[in-house]
Ligand binder design. Structure first.
Ligand code: SAH
Ligand code: SF4
Length: 391
């Protein structure tokens, strides 16, 4: 593991967050309305957005084909403050975990999961970024580091979008260091990140408006151009928002963090189940599938002796068959002071086999980045604890 700690404990320069809006929170139509309102030709919109999303510059000064007048207007009206990388951890398997410091001094995380070797023995071209949507989380799931720290705030639209842009810039800087690539683009103009999972810190559907607008920007051809089918939103099960997402035109993929297949077990692990019990959740999932014609995934963390019993496996078979969905089993990654344990390989295999025998498509996701703090919220939790100790 390689760790680069860039933490500046003083952090005073971040205290005065600018009141100005960030351009990366706006859609094409909004930017176009502003520029034409200032009397500029509409083609300037594309030029400006290309600087942001294709050439990925971080300041108005670098937008050299925009007039001085327009650059001065932009500087007066908007800010472009990029996330600051406080720490980066590179795992032996190539997974990279980024800890970002926000303008107000809060920390969030993103994880870059590199291409892996497929069953055909070929390396896939898929580069997945796991993105955060909140600082902390209010939902308090017992297994989760983000939940342990509690909720601080929603991320702004640009803070979600800039996680992807910052990783692109990081990769670009690496390439420039290692070779003579052109000044502003990756080889053949491609972006690195082509798959997004909204599974980082926070409950994405609790930050619904900022999430959906950020996803529009990430998906748009003028933005980061990541196909909606390559974007997976993971939720702990906010029923009204699942139904609302079903009505959006984009075909986002939905993953449900289930982790318990009966109400009593699920409520023990995830307090949200008391508000939206399984019957309501599964109905909403069906509605989503019907609206999108797309398969849902169930995520199921295996916690030893908490949700690994055969009665859970049977109940899970019933739910998975009703939804005709795939199940992803994830051996629990211990966090915090909880006594819960990761099950043995044998228990994992037994649970998997009992699903498989009953005709459920099931995979066991071995967490990447085992040697770094790659589970949701872990790196931030450690950093905050370290900072508290330092005070
Ligand atoms: N709030 C959303 C998205 C973020 S958490 C949700 O709950 O779906 C998403 C996922 O992170 C969890 O479902 C789980 O797959 C993973 N995760 C979090 N803590 C984990 C842990 N301690 N061990 C293994 N996986 C974990
Ligand atoms: Fe929040 Fe998801 Fe963690 Fe639950 S699992 S506390 S919803 S981030």
């Amino acid at each position: 593991m390689i760790v680069q700690d860039k933490t500046d404990s003083t952090a005073s320069k971040y205290s005065a967050a600018s009141e100005l809006r960030d351009l990366r929170s706006l859609t094409y139509e909004e930017v176009s309305g502003i520029l034409t309102g200032w009397g500029h030709k509409n083609y300037r919109t594309k030029q400006l957005l290309d600087w942001i999303y294709k050439k990925r510059v971080c300041s108005f000064d670098e937008m050299t084909d925009l007039s001085q007048e327009l650059r001065a207007q932009l500087l007066d009206a908007f800010r472009m403050q990029s996330l600051e990388c406080a720490q980066e951890q590179i795992s032996q398997d190539g997974t990279v975990k980024f800890l970002w410091r926000l303008a107000d001094g809060e920390f969030i995380e993103s994880v870059l999961i590199p291409a892996s070797i497929g069953q055909d023995g070929k390396r896939s071209n898929r580069h997945t970024l796991c993105v955060s949507t909140q600082v902390g989380c209010a939902y308090g799931c017992k297994f989760c580091a983000s939940g342990i720290m509690g909720y601080r705030r929603n991320l702004e639209i640009f803070e979600i979008v800039d996680q992807v842009l910052s990783v692109e810039r990081w990769k670009h800087a690496q390439l420039l260091e290692s070779s003579e690539h052109s000044e502003h683009t990756l080889p053949n103009g491609q972006a690195l990140v082509n798959n997004l999972v909204i599974m980082g810190m926070g409950e994405p559907l609790a930050n619904y408006l900022n999430l959906t607008k950020a996803l529009q920007i990430l998906n748009a051809p003028w933005g980061l151009n990541i196909g909606a089918r390559k974007i997976t939103v993971s939720t702990s099960g906010l029923v009204p928002e699942i139904r609302r997402l079903a009505e959006e035109p984009q075909q986002y993929h939905l993953a449900i963090s289930l982790h318990g297949a009966t109400d009593d077990v699920r409520s023990q692990i995830m307090p949200v189940n008391r508000k939206y019990p399984l019957a309501q959740l599964i109905d909403a999932c069906e509605a989503y599938q019907k609206a999108k014609g797309r398969m849902i995934w169930i995520e199921y963390i295996l916690i030893d002796q908490v949700n690994t019993g055969l009665e859970q496996a049977h109940a899970l078979v019933g739910l998975a068959k009703r939804l005709q969905c795939k199940v992803n089993l994830i051996p629990y990654n211990p966090v915090g002071e909880l006594e819960w344990k990761r099950p043995s390989d044998r228990t994992v295999a037994q649970f998997r086999d009992s699903l498989h025998r009953n005709g459920v498509r099931v995979t066991v996701r071995m967490e990447k980045g085992q040697d770094i703090d790659a589970a949701c919220g872990q790196l931030r939790l450690k950093t905050e604890q370290k900072n508290k100790l330092a005070i």
